[in-house]
Design a protein around this ligand. Structure first.
Ligand SMILES: C[S@@+](CC[C@H](N)C(=O)[O-])C[C@H]1O[C@@H](n2cnc3c(N)ncnc32)[C@H](O)[C@@H]1O
Length: 278
């Protein structure tokens, strides 16, 4: 069955109140980070306390719609002058006597990396927004916080894993079950696709790559039975990942109608591509 996709032009806070409790298996989202990004409709300039209060409101709705064994992957980045924002948000969501969520895993989404190989060569890959500063280095990563209701949600570590570099490890470690897959760990190098024209190919100021969402879907590991939500759809990167992963359903909200139109166009292209390959 193809993935059922619903795109809803609405404030997610209002829209989620129409969703049933406990039926969403997977939430992957990147909310506005309150860093003054120039979105079409949303004003990304709240004061810090109002921003955290707003996040607690929509996160409570996310929790209500989540099944007990659901996973919530929350992508948040920072800015050099505002480095603590992801941690402040995380604390608000997980701290106190009656926290909304348990932090189960912290992933570092690495957008760009330079690696010195054993042969002495330096390889650089990926993209980042250059910072023109003598004080700060380029910021090449963001966080993906894996939150759950209980802290005990099972993940498909090897489903989202990587092959062993040294194949003798396959038989050395009993937990491999003879399969050439090991847990990838919590640093994910996932670059953006290279594009020629931002306006035409990625008309949104703050997207994540499809591969990041696909990695969350693989880790969740429930395949075709998954009902997924992205309350902050943007131009539908999560929707594209849902379609490529052939999960059961996807629901996305955005307050900007143009972003939802771009999502529809992306999905049309995607469906043509998928049918060419099938
Ligand atoms: C960081 S972007 C998400 C980008 C998305 N991950 C992608 O790759 O296309 C955040 C999005 O949230 C939307 N937004 C802001 N407030 C919203 C709200 N209350 N309800 C729904 N969407 C909202 C903005 O219009 C923006 O597109």
């Amino acid at each position: 069955m193809p993935t059922t996709i619903q795109l809803i032009h609405n404030d997610c806070l209002e829209g989620m109140t129409r969703m049933p409790s406990g039926e969403t298996d997977l939430v992957v989202t990147s909310p506005p980070y309150n860093l003054g990004i120039d979105y079409n409709t949303y004003q990304d300039t709240k004061d810090r306390n109002s921003f955290i209060t707003w996040c607690l409101e929509w996160a409570a709705e996310v929790k209500r719609v989540m099944a007990v064994d659901a996973s919530f992957f929350l992508n948040v980045g920072a800015a050099p002058k505002n480095p603590l924002l992801p941690h402040q948000l995380l604390l608000a969501l997980t701290d106190g006597d009656n926290p909304l969520f348990i932090l189960q895993n912290t992933f570092h989404w690495v957008k760009s990396i330079s690696v010195e190989t054993r042969g002495g060569e330096t390889i650089s890959a990926g993209h980042f927004k250059p910072i023109n500063s003598q004080r700060y280095v380029n910021d090449c990563h963001e966080y993906v916080f894996h939150l759950s209701k209980t802290g005990t949600v099972q993940l498909d570590r090897r489903g989202a894993g990587v092959p062993y570099a040294d194949k003798s490890n396959i038989n050395r470690w009993g937990h491999t079950g003879g399969e050439d897959k090991r847990c990838r760990g919590n640093t994910w190098f996932i670059p953006y696709d290279t594009i020629q024209s931002r306006a035409k190919e990625r008309p949104h100021p703050a997207t994540f790559p499809v591969g990041l969402v696909q990695q969350c879907i693989r880790l969740h590991g429930k395949g075709e039975t998954t009902n997924m939500l992205d309350p902050f759809n943007g131009i539908g990167t999560s929707a594209v990942a849902a379609l490529r992963s052939n999960i059961s359903s996807y629901m996305g909200f955005d307050i900007d109608e143009d972003y939802l139109e771009v999502t529809k166009e992306r999905l049309l292209v995607e469906k043509e591509d998928l049918s060419e390959h099938s």
